[in-house]
Design a protein. Structure first.
Length: 267
């Protein structure tokens, strides 16, 4: 480890002239990504576009400063409304179709709820993976040949024999400063080619510790569908908000080299 520490965020990439504001990504293509979740991608594009499009819209709000955009984007993951997901699953369930007025179905609502809840968990994982894949594809599409050479020269004089903690997914440090004796830690991971069946493992999400606790609107689906959908929402182990929470504790081991050298860094 070195005696100098640099902590870098998206402003570092922007200073190099790289188009890494979130609104500069090709957000519309998220539904068309080659993905192991084609059916869900279609559903997302047709029925639930606010999950993605509203994030982009708010993250690119003209009233926000550039450095606020990504923070705002991640905060919005805490407000993902998964009622529409379970409502869709309940509407499409064959066993519930046409049975809203038949009492006999009430004898095995628990079995149906377990099935819907399990399907929702698959959908939740699919949504998170689609987002991670889209983020990764966007970063991998960056053209580093467009970077500002004057900025690279300026940073080269400072980024030398140092530890670098970066929150960026990009390869800017590795591309331009590989010979500067840097120890680099990508705290949120780095964009790399991935197997579409497995997906990208970039770290992203929100930091709100609360749970969703939303209610299905009464009269919106029919009695039995509403019972099943509400039960699926109330299952705390299948809370989409919980799934999209950033796993801070899992990132702490990556910081250990820096924390153990903290007293050695120059002020």
């Amino acid at each position: 480890m070195h005696d100098t520490l640099f902590i870098l965020g998206n402003g570092f990439d922007l200073a190099h002239g790289l188009p890494t504001k979130y609104c500069e990504s090709n957000e519309a293509s998220v539904y068309n990504k080659l993905s192991p979740y084609i059916d869900f991608a279609h559903f997302l594009g047709e029925n639930y576009s606010t999950v993605y499009d509203d994030f982009v819209r708010y993250a690119c709000d003209g009233n926000l400063m550039t450095f606020e955009m990504w923070a705002k984007f991640e905060e919005l993951f805490a407000n993902v409304d998964d009622r529409e997901i379970v409502a869709h699953l309940a509407k499409e369930d064959d066993e519930l179709a046409g049975n809203d007025e038949h009492d006999e179905i009430s004898n095995h609502l628990g079995t149906i709820e377990a099935r819907i809840s399990g399907q929702k968990e698959i959908v939740d994982h699919s949504l998170k993976q689609l987002m991670a894949n889209a983020l990764c594809d966007w970063i991998l599409s960056l053209d580093y040949g467009d970077a500002d050479k004057r900025i690279i020269e300026m940073f080269s004089r400072r980024l030398h024999e140092a530890d670098c903690l970066t929150f960026n997914y990009s390869h800017t440090l590795e591309k331009f400063y590989a010979n500067n004796d840097l120890d680099i830690i990508h705290i949120h991971g780095t964009a790399e080619s991935y197997d579409p069946k497995i997906g990208s493992d970039l770290i992203f999400g929100h930091g709100d510790d609360g749970s969703s606790n939303k209610d299905i609107e009464e009269g919106s689906l029919g009695l039995f569908r509403e019972i099943v959908a509400q039960s699926a929402l109330d299952d705390g182990t299948r809370d989409l908000k919980k799934m999209l929470r950033k796993k801070v504790k899992e990132m702490m081991p990556r910081l250990q080299p820096i924390l153990s050298s903290a007293l050695n860094y120059r002020q």
